[in-house]
Structure formats: structure tokens, C-alpha cells
Design a protein. Structure first.
Length: 98
């Protein structure tokens, strides 16, 4: 029973340590992230430019776009594989005349 109590106490301390580290090192919600451009702008006294809202266009099938997942035959422009055909059997020889 003492091993369980010591183990749970240790897990509790680790949880609290991680929680405190996240609180003190976390980014504030109302602050802009620090970048090299922001530091240069603050040094020169220029006001920061407003962020652009250009969202990248996402594909419906990103893995197929990279070529790592098989795509549908219709979607990649390939023709379906041809069905295997058997050659016609040879014609029977005419009956011999007597």
C-alpha cells in the first residue's frame, strides 16, 4: 500500500510541476507571437503590420496528391485495366470425305 501511495504522490508532483511550467512559459492570448520581423519593427519604431488572412487551399485528398495513397481510377484520369480475353478456339477441321 505504501508503494502505491508513493507512486501516486510522485505522479501528483510531476503533474503539478508540468502544470506550473505551462503556466509560466505559456503564451498569453492577447500577445502576438515574437518573430524576427517583430523585433526589427520594435527596434525601428514602426507599427506592426496587420496580419493577413490568406488561408491555404486544402485538397480533398492530400495523401493522394503526394502520391503515397492510391487514388480512385476515375479521379486520376487513368483508364481501367483491360479485361483479359481468351483467344478463340481453333476451328474444327472439316470432316474427311470417303
Amino acid at each position: 500500500m505504501q508503494r502505491v501511495r508513493i507512486g501516486l504522490t510522485g505522479l501528483g508532483f510531476v503533474f503539478l510541476a508540468v502544470l506550473l511550467a505551462a503556466v509560466f512559459t505559456g503564451q498569453s492570448q492577447d500577445e502576438a507571437p515574437i518573430t524576427a520581423n517583430l523585433i526589427e519593427q520594435q527596434g525601428s519604431g514602426a507599427p506592426p503590420a496587420p496580419p493577413t488572412a490568406a488561408a491555404p487551399v486544402q485538397s480533398a485528398e492530400p495523401l493522394a496528391e503526394l502520391g503515397v495513397a492510391p487514388g480512385n481510377v476515375d479521379s486520376n484520369g487513368a483508364s481501367p485495366p483491360a479485361a483479359a480475353t481468351r483467344p478463340a478456339p481453333p476451328a474444327a477441321p472439316p470432316p474427311a470425305a470417303r
